[in-house]
Each structure stands twice: as structure tokens, then as C-alpha cells.
Design a protein around this ligand. Sequence first.
Ligand SMILES: Cc1cc2nc3c(=O)[nH]c(=O)nc-3n(C[C@H](O)[C@H](O)[C@H](O)COP(=O)(O)OP(=O)(O)OC[C@H]3O[C@@H](n4cnc5c(N)ncnc54)[C@H](O)[C@@H]3O)c2cc1C
Length: 411
Amino acid sequence: MRDPNARESNTQVMSEREPTIIVGAGPVGLVSALRLARMGLPSIVLEAADTFPIDLRASTFHPPTLDMLDDLGVGETFVAMGEKAPFWQVLDVDTGHRAVFDVGVLAGEVRHPFRLQCEQYKLTPLLHEAARATGLVDVRFGARATGVRQDADRVTVTFEQAGATRELSAPWLIGADGAHSVVRRSIGLSLEGETYPSVTVLITTPFPLERHLRDVAAANYIYTSARSGSIFKLPGEWRVTYYPHEGESEDSMLSDASVNECLNAIAPGTAPWPLTEVRAYRIHKRIAPDYRVGRVTLAGDAAHLNAPTGGMGMNGGIHDAVNLTDKLSRVIRGDSPDLIDLYTRQRRPVAKNDMLAQSDGNRKRMEDRAPARRREIIDGLRAIAADPVRHKAWVAKASMLDGLRAGAATT
Ligand SMILES: Cc1cc2nc3c(=O)[nH]c(=O)nc-3n(C[C@H](O)[C@H](O)[C@H](O)COP(=O)(O)OP(=O)(O)OC[C@H]3O[C@@H](n4cnc5c(N)ncnc54)[C@H](O)[C@@H]3O)c2cc1C
């Protein structure tokens, strides 16, 4: 007589050998692939672009994310590529009034008690290299997913590559294909919420701002007489972001006069500065109603979008990828697929209540820039920073540690 357990274990071996399909080789797709590989599970990653883009996107990495990258074996190399920010501040450039938050208070709770300022585009090739070295990850560039369909047992993705239409099928698929996710649309979900009415401007410059602005830190949220925004130090350059005046057009924000007015307000009499890039981007506050439909899951920007103020979108997406692959690996090895709904229950409220709400609050606080209000806001933040208990709680929340803990406690 056949041993029923033997059949079961064969099925399990089969499903462990079957790759998971991941759509999108951004930070979230690649962390998913590398993490599955570290657990001995293969994946195929479809990436629409022919190579990794060098674009100005995330630069702030929070302490728990650095711990996760370290667990994946790329932390040390990545930290060496960036600029450590041991504290961040909210600074009124006009008066020098400021509130300083020390990330070092998280020592003992995280292995990297600092923020790292480093370009997102330096992380993706590093993750790709580590993933390829496992022999379990097959990243296919120039492969654009066009649709996904599924039945009870399998999910099939259609994609265009080298002028041909192809298909791949697998037991599970992760949609990590960013804000305009084809995967999300294919499973009938939209990103619900709103788009902010005006754009934000981001400048990159080699100008040695540290010589011209007293008390500047590696990470600063700033008020000036002209604008409010942020200033971040990256290796060899600064990134300056500024927000619109009410109802201001993109053309007006990007004009030389606006750029120079903003820079002169930061360091009087110094503009024009040498500029590497000036660009405008639109921001959103949006989230998918579910992170799973059948055998298809969503993570990162495919599932949620928030204002960059506070640096949470990519960090939160990486936290999604770690949580999701934890559940998915167990399902592939025989646990109930319902376990993946725990991923949604743990991560979606964090995105909604922490990432979207916190980044919106950060943004609104910085836009409230009448001189009296700035003083009041910074005084309030200084009171928090002066109280050790509130200070630590504030830093834990802004560093996304709170969200991770709340998620982990959800059953
Ligand atoms: C100016 C700016 C500053 C930011 N700063 C921060 C910050 O400091 N900290 C932070 O945490 N976040 C920040 N963010 C947000 C962060 O950049 C995103 O949250 C992050 O890129 C999301 O990663 P992802 O992997 O989910 O999506 P993406 O990075 O968008 O990657 C998606 C990938 O999928 C591919 N793809 C898309 N469609 C398809 C398809 N049909 N088939 C195959 N492949 C496809 C794309 O080519 C891309 O490679 C910032 C964003 C901006 C715009």
C-alpha cells in the first residue's frame, strides 16, 4: 500500500522547487527574492526596465530596515556606501531655533541606531548581486508584465519580452511593480485615497552647504523665510526639497527665480549653486483595500503610497517584503494559505495609520510656516525631545519601529 505521507512530502518538495514569481526588481521585489532565497526558496523576478534606473528617489534608511538588510547579508556594504545621520532636527533657518532628535536612544533595541542617507539606486544592484549569488533568483530584465490570471492552484503572468508575448505560471506571485502596478489592476484592486494638489521640488547639489549653514545636521526638516522643506546630506552631495506656496504651479516652482530664492534663504547671498538635478514630483496618500487576492499578493508602492516627508515609503515596502516572505515561505512548506492574510492584517494598518498618517502629519507640520507657528511647533518638539520617555517614543515611531512592533503583535 502507498504511504500517504510519502505523497504529501513529495508534493511539498515539488512546491519548494517551484519558483515564486515576483513582478518588479525595485527594492521591495529584490528584498522579497533575496529573502526567499536565504530560506532556500527559488524565485523568478520580471523587471520591465533593461537595467536598474539611476533616479532620485529614496535616500533615508531607518534603523530597523538597516537591521533587515544586515540579516540579508548586505547591511555592512550598504552602510559603508552612505552617510550616517545619528540625529535629525527640525530647524528654523532664520532664527536658529531647533528641536533635535537623537536616534542613538534606540541603541539596544536595534543594531543600527542611526539613519543612513544613501541613494535607493545604490541598494538595488547590491541586492541583485546578492540574490544572483544564491543561484536561486533569476532576474529577467526587459520583461514587462501585462496581466495576471489565476485559478485555485496556480497564477499565470503574461509578459512582453524582446517583442514576444510570453507566459509563466507558479503557485504564488508577488506584485512589487510599484505605483502603477499592473498586478494590482489585474486582480481588480485600486489605490484608494488622494493625490496632493501641488508638486514638490527636489534639488541635488555638490554645493558645500555644511560650510554655509550653522548647525546643519545630516538630516534636517527646515523652515526659511522663503519656503519650507528638507535638507539631507548624502556622500558628496546635498539634497534640498521644497514645498509649494498655496496654489503654486509647477512652472513657478521650477523657475530659476524660485530655486535661487529658496537657496538664498538657506544660505544668504550664495545662490546660484551648482546643481546636479532639479526636478518636481507628485505625491499621494493612497492604499489598496487588500494585499492579497487568491494566489497574488502586493507589497511596497504597489500596495501603498505616501508623502516622502519622514522617509517611509521604501522602508515600509521593505518591511512588507520581510513580513510577506516569512508567511509565504511557511505556506510553500505546507502551512495554510490563510497565513498570508495575516500579512495583510499586520502590514496594512501600519501603512494606513503609521506611514500615510505620519508622513501627512510631517508634511502639514512643515507647511505651517508663519513665524509664530514655527516657534510654537519647534517649542512643542523641543518639549518632547527634552523628556527622555517621550523622546524615545517619538524616535521609535519616526524610525518605524513602533509600526513593526504593532504589526508583530497582531494575530
Ligand atoms: C523624491 C522621492 C523621495 C523619496 N524618499 C524616500 C525616502 O527617503 N525613504 C523612503 O522610504 N521612501 C522614499 N521614497 C519612496 C520610495 O522611492 C518608494 O516607496 C520605493 O521606490 C518603493 O519601492 P518598490 O520596490 O515598491 O517600487 P519601485 O521602486 O517603483 O520598483 C518597482 C519596479 O517594478 C518595475 N515595474 C513596473 N511595472 C512593471 C511591469 N509591468 N512589469 C515588470 N516590472 C515592472 C519598475 O521598473 C521598478 O523597477 C521617495 C520617493 C520619491 C519620489
